[in-house]
Design a protein around this ligand. Structure first.
Ligand code: WT7
Length: 635
């Protein structure tokens, strides 16, 4: 994109409302003065992070906080620790062994609780079991499991031994799973017989069996046999029973002494084209940064009940279901199932039942639940809630307000956390004591400097859309792309020597950042580039609309024009009148340039399994082109 086009990206925002956090939340917050702490964190980043790191335990201290040879960073150089020691043993040592680590619940209300002590015992037994199978530090193990305590224990058992885990979301099918197992050259796969979804058992083991056929790197398949059917016995000695492996290997398993930069896990993430990238995270920087962002952004205190609705198969699950909540020593709720089964109030029912204080979810879920009406959450006592989180995509002001009013009852704060698989932890957000702006994610976290720039790295004036870049290394930054080092370098060399997340954003006069969307999902209308997500956000401001996706269609005169695919609220009839109204809404919010000339009412939108709209599928279908890789498509 050239400079002129970037200038044309300027979009005038109507969103500039400021909402202040309630007094009780500010009083309780770990950090009450963002500006002062931020300034300090930037003035001496290394001192800042070393103070945070001292809150955790180390087998041996680091001798240097940061070694930065662009684009390669080493944090807490030569420090020795193990993340499972900080996540489990440390709390038990401090007398918290009988505290609940997780409350697992499924769609039917079946519940299972596990204490820190019990979780450590499970992890140690499983780690001993993995060792007995010949697995060791540096090996890769793929985990294809339901959202469950068993999946978490599997990740931790790997981390206990320094085995690099590669979790594959259990909603992926064969092709996506094979690519990931093969690319990581995993020596073993940990899986389950099935996962539960909408009251049904969705088989996982048959997928693994088909997938590993011909993959010589896989020596063992460890199966969590949920109904104790003896499935491993029937399948020969490649297959090992998960529960027996635990029962037969009970006993201590000392944590592997991990060097700060020893790999912790790989997690694959889709790029715009081609093969997914195996994002590599290492031990100490990831541990320190995720621990601290969770503590500050969710203002976690010992007594808190926390629920992140993500799946362990995504980075949100890794960082903010597994590692950060455990290192913080709090109690988490995890759920296996969907938010609308057996009824669309199930999440609020569980928030009420477990007295959840911190709730972290995605805008797509909020918009989906919104369409069932305000009466659903109104039935429950949600007074335990204090902090509401949002992640994964921009939260449009309409959804923000619904969340704020109907879930938070205007007594909570919303933290809109912008980050990526590659960043490991939150990068842009407000902290609970800081004023919020609906639709704007907020400000950089401590130790992070960002800018909005053009392709050459030149900073743009406020309220101008450009590339969001991060100017400096941070502890939980990705260290490499597994087997594809050139793809790693690209992130730090495309725009000056900054980290380029490939997102477009703008910053206002007060320093609040609004994320527009991916740089690769932008439409050019008469030379004006318009973010698809932004138009979608405007369309859903119309009271009859639930969700929308927009694409660019070739236009002889304008280059591209906008077509919108729109899902209406239940019971609303599509009509030409309604199309005009929607166009009017967009005109009012963004201006005439952003109006979708074509609108098609649809029942569903193609989405990745993590809930992101796949515009390129719509575009390809619309234009009669090849669709390409569909491995991340849900339906
Ligand atoms: C992309 C990263 C980070 C966990 C989930 C997604 C988009 C993420 C926000 C937000 C606007 C957001 C960005 C980013 N994104 N959070 N709060 N507001 N956009 O992880 O799959 O690695 O995707 O998600 O476009 O680049 P991911």
């Amino acid at each position: 994109m050239d400079k002129k086009k970037l200038e044309n990206l300027e979009v005038h925002l109507k969103v500039d409302e400021k909402i202040y956090p309630p007094k009780e939340i500010v009083e309780r917050a770990w950090i009450k003065d963002y500006e002062t702490v931020y300034k300090k964190s930037i003035e001496d980043r290394e001192v800042f992070w070393s103070e945070v790191a001292k809150e955790l335990e180390w087998f041996e201290p680091w001798d240097k906080v940061l070694e930065w040879e662009h684009p390669y960073a080493k944090w807490f150089v030569n420090g020795k620790t193990n993340i499972t020691y900080n996540a489990l043993d440390r709390h038990i040592k401090n007398g918290k062994g009988d505290k609940i680590a997780y409350i697992y619940v499924d769609e039917e209300g079946n519940e299972e609780k596990i204490t820190y002590k019990e979780l450590l015992e499970k992890v140690e037994a499983l780690a001993n079991g993995l060792k007995s199978l010949g697995l060791k530090k540096g090996d890769r193990v793929s985990i294809y499991m339901p959202n469950s305590i068993e999946a978490i224990a599997s990740m931790l058992a790997c981390a206990r031994l320094g085995i690099i885990h590669s979790v594959v979301f259990a909603g992926f099918s064969e092709g996506a799973l094979r690519m990931r197992i093969e690319d990581a050259q995993a020596r073993a796969v940990i899986t389950a017989t099935y996962t539960k979804r909408r009251g049904k058992k969705i088989p996982l083991l048959p997928t693994v069996e088909k997938t590993i056929d011909g993959l010589d790197n896989v020596e063992k398949v460890i199966v969590w046999d949920r109904d104790k059917e003896g499935v491993a016995k029937d399948r020969g000695n490649k297959f090992v029973d998960f529960n027996s492996l635990i029962e037969e290997n009970r006993g201590n398993c000392p944590p592997e002494i991990m060097n700060a930069e020893d790999p912790l896990f790989i997690l694959y993430t889709s790029g715009t084209t081609g093969k997914p990238k195996g994002v590599l995270h290492t031990t100490s920087g990831y541990m320190v940064y995720t621990y601290y962002t969770a503590k500050i952004v969710f203002d976690l205190h010992d007594e808190d009940i926390y629920w992140c609705t993500a799946d362990i198969g995504w980075i949100t699950g890794h960082s903010y279901i597994v590692y950060a909540p455990l290192v913080n020593g709090i109690t988490s709720v995890i759920m296996e199932g969907v938010p609308t089964y057996p009824h669309p109030g199930i999440w609020w029912e569980y928030v009420d039942k477990y007295k959840v204080n911190v709730f972290y979810t995605a805008p797509t879920a909020i918009r989906m639940l919104m369409k069932y009406g305000d009466e659903i959450p109104a039935k429950y006592d949600l007074s335990s809630l204090r902090i509401l989180g949002s992640v994964g995509e921009p939260i449009n002001p309409e959804a923000w307000h619904w969340y704020y009013e109907n879930i938070g009852r205007k007594r909570c704060v919303i933290v809109d956390t912008w980050w990526q698989t590659e960043t490991g932890g939150h990068i842009i957000t407000t902290i609970p004591s800081y004023p919020m702006k609906p639709g704007k994610a907020g400000k950089p976290f401590f130790g992070i400097e960002v800018a909005i720039v053009d392709k050459n790295g030149e900073e743009l004036p406020p309220n101008t859309v450009g590339y969001l870049v991060i100017k400096n290394p941070w502890p939980s930054m990705m260290r490499n792309c597994w087997g594809q080092p050139e793809r790693y370098k690209k992130y730090w060399t495309e725009i000056k020597n900054y980290y380029n997340p490939d997102d477009l954003a703008s910053i206002d006069e007060e320093g609040y950042i609004m994320i527009v969307g991916r740089a690769d999902d932008v439409i050019s209308v008469a030379g004006h580039r318009i973010g698809t997500m932004e138009v979608e956000s405007a369309i859903v401001e119309h009271p009859d609309v639930v969700e929308a996706a927009v694409i660019g269609k070739p236009d002889e005169v304008k280059g591209e024009r906008i077509k919108a695919f729109v899902i209406l609220k239940e019971g609303v009839k599509p009509s030409d009148e309604l199309k005009k109204e929607i166009q009017k809404t967009v005109r009012e919010i963004l201006g005439p340039i952003a109006i979708p000339e074509e609108i098609e009412f649809v029942e569903k939108l193609p989405k990745t399994r993590s809930g992101k709209i796949m515009r390129r599928v719509l575009r390809a279908k619309e234009l009669g082109m090849e669709i390409g890789d569909l491995s991340t498509l849900d339906d």
